[in-house]
Structure formats: C-alpha cells, structure tokens
Design a binder for this molecule. Structure first.
Ligand code: VGL
Ligand code: ZN
Length: 219
C-alpha cells in the first residue's frame, strides 16, 4: 500500500497523452491493450484532478515518421533524419481522420487545452513539450506555467514513446511528474541490448525522479 497522493487543484493537472483511436486495437498503430486506458481515464476525469490538458498526434500525409515516406523501409525500422535517429511507423494519426480524434469515450469537460503535435512534415514529435529535434517547443510549457501548474499526472499512449518523452521533458523543465501506470499502455519495441523500449524508458524516467503511481493512489 502506498500513501495516498493528495491533490491540490491549484497546481495539479492531468495530462492525457494521445488518447486517440489510431493507437488502439483496430487503429492504424495499435498499442497492445491501448483501449484498456479508457475506463481508467474515465474514472480519473471524475476524480479529484479537476484540470486536464490533452495532446493529439496530428500528422499530415507523407509525414517523415511514416515508413511509407521512405521507399524500401518498413515500420519499426529506424532511419537517420537531420535531428537524429527516427523510428518509422505505419501511417497513423492523420489530421482530421476519425483515428486522430480524442477518443469519444473521453469526457472533455475538464480538458482546458489541447496541444497538437507532429504536424510538420519533416519532424516527428513524441513529447508534449518539444518536437523530436528536442528544441522546437509546442507551447505547452508556457501554458502550464502561466496557469500555475507545477505537478503533472500523465496518462495515455504510448507509455514508452509519447508518455515517456513528455514525462522526461516535463521533469527536465522542473515539473514534478507522476506517470499513472494503469492509465497507460506501451508498445515495447526490442532494443539491441535485449531490453525493450518499455524497460529503457522506465529506467530513464526513474533516474530523472519521475514517480510511477497507480490511479488508486490518488486520494
Ligand atoms: C506515438 C509513435 C508514433 C505515441 C506517436 O503516441 O506514443 N508513438 N507517434
Ligand atoms: Zn505519430
């Protein structure tokens, strides 16, 4: 049993990362059990966290993170782009498609800002804060700061990509970060050292002081 985390609505906010059908079973880039986050997020949005923001992966056709934009390459391979290595994905999260909408089971009443990312053809964006060049800001940091939020509770997809990159950037920007593990699901790509992207991201985040909690810890 862990100690319940008391929510302070003046500084705490729930961040819903890429809760989009494109990342769920039946979607273009399905995360295993991706839809299992929905009932947990439903509960969170009815609980003590009164404020929320959401991100949407929002790609144009021909986006450079799509394997289809690199002749001869397949999804989940890696290519070198000007900003560094980039994993290639099936075409997903196409702007204005049904798959790119915030999932209709997400109650949006408490969602006070929606940040779209990955809309520049030449650059991918996993993090809610910076694109994959690690420099181009999305504007979320300014919005959170000017609203006075300092503790972020993150949920969504995928644990080892967009949630992990968002948590890492948030921790580096000085926020206290809580990843709500049962409200996230991951992809788990194999790495050369025998670990998976899930193992590696967890280790990296623990090293940055990110807390891993369960939705039931929020009291
Ligand atoms: C994501 C891969 C590509 C994510 C987005 O939401 O984690 N992963 N685009
Ligand atoms: Zn994407």
């Amino acid at each position: 049993m862990s100690i319940p985390i008391r929510i302070d609505p003046s500084r705490d906010i729930l961040g819903l990362i890429d809760v989009q059908p494109t990342f769920m079973p039946g979607g273009e880039l399905p995360v295993p059990e991706g839809d299992a986050v929905l009932p947990v997020i439903e509960q969170l949005l009815a609980g003590p966290l009164g404020h929320a923001f959401a991100t949407q992966d929002w790609h144009p056709p021909g986006h450079l993170s799509f394997a289809s934009s690199h002749p001869g390459r397949r999804p989940f391979e890696s290519v070198m782009l000007p900003y560094g290595p980039q994993t290639l994905w099936p075409d997903h999260a196409l702007q204005e498609s049904h798959g790119a909408a915030i999932h209709p089971r997400v109650a949006q009443a408490r969602i006070e800002a929606i940040i779209r990312k990955g809309f520049r053809r030449e650059i991918d964006s996993y993090s809610a804060f910076f694109e994959n060049d690690r420099k181009t800001p999305t504007g979320l940091d300014g919005w959170l700061r000017s609203r006075g939020f300092s503790r972020l509770f993150l949920a969504g997809l995928a644990t080892d990509f967009c949630v992990a990159y968002s948590a890492e950037d948030a921790a580096r920007l000085g926020y206290e970060v809580f990843v709500i593990e049962d409200a996230c699901r991951g992809i788990g790509l194999p790495l050369e050292d025998g670990r998976t992207t899930l193992d590696a991201s967890r280790e990296r985040l623990l090293g940055l002081g990110v807390h891993f909690i369960a939705s039931g810890d929020i009291g």
